[in-house]
Design a protein around this ligand. Structure first.
Ligand code: GMT
Length: 386
């Protein structure tokens, strides 16, 4: 292997799949001997216990009284430049374009160009924020100025090109899960707390934003439950929570639906389910469907965005157009009623998660990108660093 690298990683540390992927990537790279410096406003929530080769640099924001809005972006850019200089970083890998890719560009300017930058696009940074006229040109600039740009699905690459008229290369690097954490967990006792032996368990996990269409989840569940005695477990919280609680109550499903709130041990919780429901309006990837897949749980959901690249329709789950809850419920019933079909889907889930979305393979892809932008041959001998 070529020499280990010193890498700065910036992400949203407290929420979202992009923060999870960035943190898990940092942990895996650190295990491989690279030195990882997280530059974020809080400790990334998935960082866990102390790990060799991982450092954390907190971004402190100047709150001077003349500021109506404290300038977080400027503080982040300065911190990136400062950490890069002091820790002799080889590169900055930023997750989510706004403001991280823009801050990395500023940091690079402060360093006189003496750092490489890699940007990973995650979804709403393009599908939502790039539509905002006040951000569009900045996002475009940041993408053009990055030494490498990756995106988490082909669909997101297509959308980035279309929306921002970008011609520079954008590389596909799928999200992944750590197979040492995401595997089918023993859950008989936990399952018995929520469902009787003859009942099926459906689950939805999200941040309860409108884009997740949690109302559709309830609608699908009501249709499934009318045919097969089932339970619905809802994990997470967010702006739509009270509306969904009201919908559950008003449809007389309160004794069938449990709100579990935010949960840390997603692998354990998902293992309880027979099926994950993901009827999102937009989803560049849908990390939760991969987490479910790795635990042997098929997904029924929408064919929005990058979901079809992750969930193989008819093999590891079923997909229907956004809003078609009747079709989604029909698919769920078909899968839950046919034990043989279900067993095939479960096996296919485990296989697909272990191969296409394997963490070792995808970590190695990122390493190849890093070495390439640095002009280091991946097979080059280990050399001294300054
Ligand atoms: O949904 C968001 O806006 C949050 C964002 C994030 O930062 O986690 O989610 C996006 O990135 C995830 C990780 O790559 C993807 O799994 C999600 O599909 C994507 N969300 C959307 O495209 C709506």
């Amino acid at each position: 292997m070529a020499r280990p690298l010193r890498i700065g990683i910036t992400c949203y540390p407290t929420l979202g799949g992009s923060g999870v992927v960035a943190t898990e990537l940092g942990k895996l790279l650190a295990e491989k001997g690279h030195e990882i410096h997280f530059i974020t406003h809080s400790v990334p929530f998935r960082l866990g216990k102390f790990q060799r080769n991982i450092y954390y640099h907190e971004v402190e924001v100047n709150n001077y009284y003349v500021f109506r809005y404290p300038p977080y972006d400027l503080s982040l850019a300065s911190k990136m430049a400062q950490v890069a200089r002091m820790q002799k970083l080889d590169l900055l890998h930023v997750h989510y374009a706004v403001p991280h890719a823009i801050c990395a560009y500023l940091a690079k300017q402060m360093l006189g160009g003496a750092i490489k930058t890699v940007t990973t696009l995650h979804g709403t940074d393009i599908t939502v924020l790039a539509q905002d006229a006040s951000l569009r040109d900045l996002i475009r600039l940041a993408i053009h100025q990055s030494d490498a740009v990756t995106a988490v699905s082909r669909d997101l690459i297509r959308e980035t090109r279309e929306r921002l008229d970008i011609e520079t290369p954008i590389e596909l690097t799928y999200n992944f899960v750590d197979r040492r954490v995401y595997y089918p967990r023993e859950c008989a006792a936990l399952r018995a707390e929520y469902a009787s032996p003859g009942e099926k368990v459906l689950m939805h996990i999200s941040n309860f934003r409108p884009v997740k269409r949690v109302g559709d989840v309830i609608d699908i569940f009501a249709r499934v439950n009318a045919k097969i005695p089932s339970r619905l477990l809802l994990v997470g919280e967010g702006p739509e929570l009270s509306k969904v609680q009201w919908q559950v109550e008003s449809t007389g499903l309160s004794d069938r639906v449990t709100f579990l709130g935010k949960q840390d041990d997603v692998a354990q919780v998902i293992s309880v389910a027979d099926l994950l429901l993901l009827p999102s309006e937009k989803e560049s990837f849908g990390l939760v469907a991969l987490e479910a897949m790795a635990c042997g749980v098929p997904t029924v959901g929408s064919s929005a965005g990058g979901i079809p690249e992750l969930v193989a329709h008819g093999t590891t789950g079923f997909l229907a157009p956004v809003g078609d809850t009747e079709a989604m419920a029909g698919y769920a019933i078909r899968l839950l009623e046919d034990g043989e079909l279900y067993a095939r889907f479960r096996a296919a889930c485990l296989e697909r998660a272990r191969t296409v979305f394997d963490s070792d393979r995808i970590t190695a892809e990122y390493e190849r990108i890093y070495y390439r932008v640095l002009g280091i041959e991946a097979g080059a001998p280990v050399a001294e660093r300054g």
